[in-house]
Design a protein around this ligand. Structure first.
Ligand SMILES: Cc1ncc(COP(=O)(O)O)c(C=O)c1O
Length: 382
């Protein structure tokens, strides 16, 4: 059976060009970038080139890019750094109720240590507004952290005004751009942000590598101690093949961004149009300001999104019922709950996330199979 992969918010296929760029660093050029012999120098050069490419792709300087093990570490590190840097200013942090667990769980830990955390509540489409931030930001606010694009419902945010309000109170601004990087145009200078987190496997790079942008002259505070790699800020031997693969994948994504955006938006809108003819189907997230390949729904009366995911899997269609990290959980999505989807409805969710490798034919087949299964599951549960 030919399978269709449409779970690209969970992870993506590595671009052949990124894979090819990585291979030499597993075989012939496997040096440790800290070593001063020729193997080490080759690895160091490759790492520097990768840093340059990532920086260019984000409109940053290479001295502002720090490699990490992925989105979770980048996000944790950004918040940790802000807490350390802001010690004399205060202990108040602002975020939103729809952030990824990488943000919310780290904030929960800080709360135990005496930090005060205020979460902005979104509307039914997953949007928060600058006026909400302006109302609650204080002199002792040290950080505002908000995602650029939501992984569960696809809603994207224009962060410029949020940054302006934060800076007026001398609070740092971090964005979790894990779902946005490579899919939306990104320019850290135009956004005027202090920190930004990305993860390679969300834009056709390898897993287990990411980056944190930190605007100069600030440096992130070391969260992992050891040999002092990454200019003393992040110890541990660098993942050279990973960084090389991520840099190529990001560069390609940025180069092809306009073309992919247009094509994916068309396919996504066709899928939404077809799925909304299904009884008791509702699109979740903002219909306009959303990730180009992201379509998410709730279907009343299907019990749990996993029921539908399993049926589609029998057809060879691989989608998810929300965030990958909570796919097996019986709890509803905290994102949908925060958006006002109550009780069971917050569990009845399906997410189809497309990539440059999907076709319109696949998308139409996915929609047809959803339309086939949903009424059957609804009926069986009556
Ligand atoms: C919005 C968001 N932030 C952070 C992460 C964590 O990224 P990683 O899997 O690279 O640790 C994810 C992964 O799903 C995500 O969607």
């Amino acid at each position: 059976m030919n399978r269709i992969y449409a779970d690209n918010c969970a992870t993506t296929k590595v671009l052949p060009k990124a894979l090819a760029a990585m291979i030499p660093f597993f075989s012939g050029e496997y040096g440790n970038p800290s070593a001063i012999h020729s193997f080490g120098l080759e690895a160091k050069k490759a790492l520097d080139r990768a840093r340059n490419k990532v920086a260019q792709s984000l409109g940053a300087m290479s001295s502002e890019i720090f490699f990490t093990s992925g989105g979770t570490e980048s996000v944790n590190w950004a918040i940790y750094s802000a807490a350390e840097l802001g010690q004399s200013k205060g202990r108040h942090i602002i975020s939103t109720a729809v952030e990824h667990k990488a943000v919310l769980e780290f904030l929960a830990k800080l709360k135990i240590k005496g930090y005060e955390v205020t979460l902005l509540t979104p509307d039914r489409l997953g949007r928060v507004y600058p006026e909400q931030l302006a109302q609650i930001i204080r002199d002792d606010t040290i950080l505002v952290t908000m995602m650029l694009a939501n992984n569960v419902v696809g809603t994207t945010s224009n962060l410029k005004e949020f940054c302006r309000i934060s800076h007026a109170k001398k609070a740092l601004f971090h964005t979790d751009a894990v779902q946005a990087a490579g899919h939306l145009p990104l320019d850290v200078r135009a956004l005027d942000i202090d920190m930004l987190s990305i993860s390679s496997h969300k834009f056709h790079g390898p897993k287990g590598v990411g980056a944190l942008f930190v605007k100069i002259p600030k440096l992130p505070k070391a969260m992992i101690e050891g040999g002092g790699q990454e200019r003393g800020a992040r110890s541990g031997t660098e993942n050279v093949p990973g960084a090389v693969g991520m840099a190529v994948a990001l560069q390609e994504a940025v180069r092809d961004n306009q073309e992919n955006f247009t094509r994916l938006t068309k396919m996504r809108d066709r899928l939404i149009e077809m799925v909304l003819t299904v009884p008791k189907a509702e699109l979740t997230g903002d219909p306009v300001n959303r990730l180009p390949g992201h379509a998410s729904f709730v279907f009343e009366g299907i019990g749990h999104g996993a029921n539908l995911v399993s049926r589609l899997n029998e057809d060879g269609i691989c989608v998810s019922s929300g965030a990958a990290c909570s796919a097996s959980s019986k709890e509803g999505s905290h994102v949908l709950a925060a958006m006002g989807f109550e009780g069971q409805l917050a569990q009845n969710t399906l997410r189809v996330s497309l990539s440059r490798f999907n076709t319109l034919q696949e998308v139409e087949l996915i929609a047809q199979r959803i339309a086939f299964w949903v009424p059957k599951i609804q009926q069986a549960r009556r």
